[in-house]
Design a protein around this ligand. Structure first.
Ligand code: C2E
Ligand code: MG
Ligand code: MG
Ligand code: MG
Length: 281
């Protein structure tokens, strides 16, 4: 089922884009060239420890600087990349770039910074994913526990042999696995025990109505309680107001990410933030 849903999504996105921007074929040709022409780049969004207010990590988010259409966000081209399989080389580039950057920050700031990379279900079907991760870690010298891989519930529900094998290999490598957009997918609590997941990221849709929305508040509290019961860390996504952050702190949420705490920024800007932290210590 997950496979079909993914396909439908991809079709929806790319057809919206077709009318909006350019033909599907042109987009695909453009995306094929984007990598070799250096048109892709990463921004990094801070993840803050709620209690200490320290930056514990960042999430890498890909963008496309299109020669004619300007900056194109991932929601507009990742679905097509998944559909065409281009997500495999693009994903490998994202991994390499993000890990190299994390290693550079570590040297610059004198302390480790975790970097989170989004992986789509399609990438898990690639039998070389774990090997790619391993060689990127070897080449960049980044500690495996400083690489966070964000999966979705859909990926974990996919019982394809290749997906299960990849998850096992990644566990053996020792990377930090987290579940993105938690609470929005078709999920089973079983996989939380089965796979070596370290953190849940509560989807922005539950956070955005806080503090007023009592149903979303109840869901948020329940996810935090369940996660802690399973010894998992919790990240709140899309935190935009001080009131939301205060409530999350009260609920015992471990980490927060959102415009309030930092917009996605260049690697250089994050480096400066880390250096600034070091100076005020
Ligand atoms: P995501 O992984 O859930 O990433 C969070 C998205 O929420 C990002 O959008 C981020 O810019 C946005 N965001 C962060 N804080 C706030 C906030 O306070 N308010 C609001 N309204 N939005 C906030 P972005 O960068 O457009 O990325 C969209 C999605 O594209 C990501 O969702 C992720 O699923 C996917 N994506 C991004 N980069 C990659 C990548 O390298 N590989 C793959 N496979 N997917 C990627
Ligand atoms: Mg994510
Ligand atoms: Mg998310
Ligand atoms: Mg997402």
């Amino acid at each position: 089922h997950a496979k079909n849903c993914g396909k439908n999504n991809a079709k929806l996105y790319s057809s919206a884009l077709t009318t909006q921007m350019m033909s599907h074929v042109k987009l695909e040709i453009g995306l094929r060239r984007a990598l070799q022409n250096n048109e892709l780049y990463l921004q990094y969004q801070p993840q803050i420890d709620v209690r200490s207010a320290r930056m514990v990590g960042v999430e890498a988010l890909v963008r496309w600087r299109h020669p004619e259409h300007g900056i194109v966000g991932p929601n507009e081209f990742i679905p097509l990349a998944e559909e065409t399989g281009l997500i495999v080389p693009i994903g490998a580039w994202v991994l390499r770039t993000a890990c190299g950057q994390a290693r550079a920050w570590q040297e610059q700031a004198g302390r480790p910074v975790r970097v989170a990379v989004n992986l789509s279900a399609r990438q898990f079907k690639d039998e070389n994913l774990a090997q790619t991760v391993l060689s990127v870690l070897n080449d960049t010298g980044l500690d495996p526990c400083l690489l966070e891989l964000e999966l979705t519930e859909g990926t974990l529900m996919d019982d394809a042999v290749a997906t299960l094998a990849t998850l096992e290999q990644l566990r053996a490598i020792g990377v930090y696995l987290s579940i993105d957009d938690f609470g929005t997918g078709y999920s089973s609590m079983n996989y939380l025990k089965r796979f070596d997941v370290r953190a849940l990221k509560i989807d922005r849709s539950f956070i955005s109505g806080l503090p007023e929305d009592s149903e979303n508040a109840a869901i948020t509290r329940a996810i935090i309680a369940m996660a802690h019961g399973l010894k998992l860390a919790v990240v709140a996504e899309g935190v935009e107001t001080g009131e939301q952050l205060q409530l999350l702190e009260q609920y015992g949420c471990d980490m927060a990410q959102g415009y309030l705490l930092g917009r996605p920024s260049s690697g250089e800007a994050i480096g400066e933030m880390l250096m600034g932290e070091a100076l005020t210590r």
